[in-house]
Design a protein around this ligand. Sequence first.
Ligand code: ASP
Length: 439
Amino acid sequence: MPRLTLQFWKWKLATQILAGLLLGASLGLLTQFLFPGSARLDWALQKFIAPAGQVFLRIIFMVIVPLVISAVMLGVAGMGDLRQLGRVGLKCLGMTLLLAGASVAIGLLMVNVIKPGQYLDAEKSAALRAQYSTAAVENVRQGEAKVDISTLLLNFIPKNPIADAARIFTDRDDGNALLAVMVFSVFAGLAIICCPVEKMTPLISVLESIFALSLKVIDFAMAIAPFCVACLAFNITAKLGFGIVTTLGAYVVTVMLGFLLHAFVTYPLVLWFMGRKSPLEFYRQVQEAVYTAFGTSSSNATLPVSLEVAERDLKLPPQLSRFVLTVGATANQNGTALYEGVTVLFLAQVFGVHLHLGQQLVVAAMCILAGIGTAGVPGGSLPLVVGVLVTVGIPGEAIAIILGIDRFLDMCRTVLNVTGDLVIAVVVSGKDKKLLDGN
Ligand code: ASP
């Protein structure tokens, strides 16, 4: 039987973060119970606790721009074999966009129907807004009335991505800057595919270095996450009391329902109609990959198992499954896209930031692109969620509300990410099997 060690620093990081959350939240609840509405408490929260929690977020903010640019460019450029694989590659790209679109749509539908954030009463939500009110929130508000759909679509294409990158996380961000940078990165990634390989190799190495560096900086942030999460959780529960705990429960239910719908409705429909395969048989055959994804919370770590499952159990042509699954492990993240959509809208509801349809479409587009840019590692989507949040006018601190339970949701969304790759492999190979076998 494993012995419970009390040496906190020897625990796994996810356990440390959960412990930080529980400690911060319970102390916060206790403080709220003992000193409700105390002005001194507010002063202490604002002067000491909130800034301590901020350190973690600031370190993440620092690398959002280089992270997004390098990750999305590499994700798109990674599909470079499209030219060699021709029709198969294009189908794979089409399926990736279709499934990501469907997953985000399900997520947004669920969060709009269940409205988990509205379990928090209006008065507390207003208090939160007042404390964190940023110019970005105001900008989003001002933008609400005057957005028309053609301007919105045109705004997706940046005129000056460098200026947009410089606006991110500043008062001048109208909610489109991060998306503009993502769209630029998609174009740049496509251009890499179309340029001669020998000219692009040095650029790809530089991008890989920038990506690795950004992830390392995020590791630094994660190292202090348990302490910072405790502070952020203390700050929020001391202010909001028990209301936030029930609200969080409603959020988890919303995300899980979205996952279940996608896994047991979208995937089976796609398998049945596009892959001509029985969904029951599929789920029986991919069990090993599902368990590994759940256990590791990492699409990358599950890749070897997915490859084996594809060849041994699903009997897919190796050349094809290797291509689809390798690209999919980084570029096709259905569970992540769904979770990001729900999370951003949930936190918008908690903060009482109303996002109209046009803005929700912007969030959806960002989530699909963020799915391409998410590293297939535990918590890989976290920095991107923070980026999208701030972009639509919700303070980054809001992430603290969901951070403690993130590991569990991460395990579940990774299952969806990995099965999504296998679904695409089945569909694509259905019609192209003969073509590839004949190669
Ligand atoms: N853990 C996920 C994966 O590896 C990424 C994420 O959503 O954080 O697929």
